[in-house]
Design a protein around this ligand. Structure first.
Ligand SMILES: Nc1ncnc2c1ncn2[C@@H]1O[C@H](COP(=O)(O)OP(=O)(O)OP(=O)(O)O)[C@@H](O)[C@H]1O
Length: 236
């Protein structure tokens, strides 16, 4: 059996008095794309932020590679190989593409670490051409590619990705989908994807979880899920 790289058990988290995650449990198997779907506001972003350590968990456990990491701060999780690509991408507009990539290296403890340029530019050739262009002058799709590339500079084992196709034209979304497949299946980087678009998620995903009101209400492998079922679940 493929061991999980990430195991989240009964995770609870809140903003002040407002509880958002009510005991969420899920697993990401190594080298797979696992997708969390659900309507706006059910807590998908909060789930990723809690896994990353941006939002502190109130209860439950998070295991990464079999090790308890529940309460570790973001920088420790980054150094252990967890990378997070936030919704909205958070590219620094006044820095060049190369400078934005360099920010990704902050996740790595080795000060002499270099950006794995060949690997990054093989996945995202456009970033090589636009190496000296300001991040703010890239299109939404190019910024999303840069955000994923920046997360990869620290050579993570697990990528947390929040709605990468938001506001992006379909052709670029497809390219991003292919890259996620390549990362998982050829490079062994596990991906936990939060996504609302079934068309995008469907060909990319190995295993689905559906959330409603801060908890997982349904799950299944890609083979088990028909498009109709996916539609039904997402509209729950
Ligand atoms: N910083 C915050 N402080 C207080 N409440 C918040 C905060 N961030 C999110 N929320 C609330 O938490 C709930 C879950 O939000 P979250 O962003 O996790 O959902 P989501 O499923 O990712 O939705 P979306 O697809 O719209 O991003 C929402 O009701 C939201 O208003």
């Amino acid at each position: 059996m493929n061991a999980p790289i990430l195991k989240v058990s009964s995770l609870t988290s809140a903003y002040g008095q407002s509880t958002i995650l009510w005991g969420t449990s899920l697993e990401v198997k190594k080298g797979t794309v696992t997708t969390v779907m659900g309507r706006n506001g059910v807590g998908k972003t909060t789930l990723l932020k809690t896994i990353m350590g941006i939002v502190p968990p109130k209860d439950g456990t998070i295991e990464y590679n079999g090790e308890a990491v529940t309460k570790l701060p973001v920088f420790k999780k980054s150094r252990m190989g967890i990378a997070y690509v936030p919704q909205g991408r958070e590219i620094i507009p006044k820095l060049t593409v190369y400078e934005n990539l360099k920010l990704g290296l902050e996740a790595v403890s080795d000060r002499k670490a270099k950006i794995p340029e060949d690997e990054i530019y093989t996945l995202f050739p456009i970033l090589k051409d636009f190496r000296n262009r300001l991040g703010g002058n890239l299109s939404g799709g190019q910024q999303q590619q840069l955000a994923i590339a920046r997360a990869l500079t620290g050579r993570p084992s697990l990528l947390l990705l929040d709605e990468p196709t938001e506001g992006i034209q379909p052709s670029i979304s497809q390219e991003i989908g292919q890259i996620l497949r390549t990362l998982a299946r050829e490079r062994g980087i596990s991906v936990l994807l939060v996504e609302q678009k079934i068309d995008f998620a469907s060909p990319v995903t190995d295993y689905y979880y559906f959330m409603s009101r801060g908890a997982v209400v349904s799950e299944g492998s890609a083979e088990e899920m028909s498009l109709e079922e996916l539609q039904n679940h997402i509209s729950l």
